[in-house]
Design a protein around this ligand. Sequence first.
Ligand code: V47
Length: 395
Amino acid sequence: MSDTLQIQLNDTSLESIVEKVANQQRLTKEDGMLLFETQDLWTVCSLADSVRKRMHGDIAYYNINRHINYSNVCALSCKFCDFHRKKNQEGAYQHSLDDIEKEAHTALESGATEIHIVGGLHPWLPFEYYTDMLQTIRAIAPDIHLKAFTAVEIVHFAKISKRGRDGKAGISSVLEDLIASGLGSLPGGGAEVFDERVHDEVFKGKIGGEKWLDVHRCAHELGINSNATMLYGHVESRADRIKHMMVLREEQDRAEQSSTDGRFQTMIPLPFIPGVSELAHLPGPSGVENLRTIAVSRLMLDNVPHIKAFWIMQTIQMAQHMLQCGANDIDGTVVWYDITKVTTETTHQECTTEDLKRAIRDAGCTPVERDTLYRRVHRKGTAWSIETRPITSNI
Ligand code: V47
């Protein structure tokens, strides 16, 4: 038994990690590998749970949101993706601004605090389509936070608006236009795994880790927050996952040491869902690997406040387990989601607030409705207001 944390160790090689966690010391990449390789999963999850409790007490978050996938037409053909279609291919779609307007009205009427917008790299839509989309929603629902466009889309916008896809100036100028149109923060998508071998094997043609980080750095410098994802359980190794986490941790350190206001708020490990992608022959990660990856993320990313178990990809049942293994957020009501489908064939993937709250309570936590920036939402039916003071988290 460790003196400092009441954990029954089955693998004594974890002793020094237990001490470090108890003393709030930073873990090394070697520690990270040990956490991935040990048979003592119980200790790994218990340690992550202790960190989650220290940071957030018994609070776990959900939000009332809606996802909009505006188009699945994409110039890229990432092997893990079964969302993308080529123009004129069966199933290809692109939503008009009228569709977006209807969705904004529905979001407003349902009391959503966030709309999460992402799509493929559409080869022909002009940049104005995206600024118009944000402005259209903003005009209908000025209080709803718009978390929109992955770093991959931002680089694509710099290219189609002829600001150059390589320079930081072009990226910043695109972000400035989007912010002026209503953008509130960047979602974490498109990071995949920061490794060149995996990039070349699975998502060649897409921006790599450095460019992805450039976009998020620009966003942070412009004062908006962002999230980070890691797509795992395909052809990457556990060492690649640790490297990915170390890169994110360093980037967050850099942001903290600089005078920028924006930060990574949330890390979202995304388990590869084979679907009918080109990698459909792979099994995808097991439930146990999913638990472990959430726990290791919590332990390694000591400077990122939130770890999200995205219920759409993890399932609500696994997300509940994850609330006891390091996660403190399960995302929201979602409603429409087209990128992955785990338990359904349709894009209608919705969880009611009652079900989200019950799932959180059953996992032993207290559900708190948050907005995108992790401020408490006070709600009376579909009317809501935000407590401006952030909820304390001991990072
Ligand atoms: O960028 C694509 C991933 C991402 C598959 O920021 C896949 O709060 C698994 O980033 N299996 C989009 N993953 C989702 C995303 C996200 C989700 C929830 C919350 C937030 C947030 C961000 O999904 C893509 C890609 O990395 N993805 N295909 C697949 N077959």
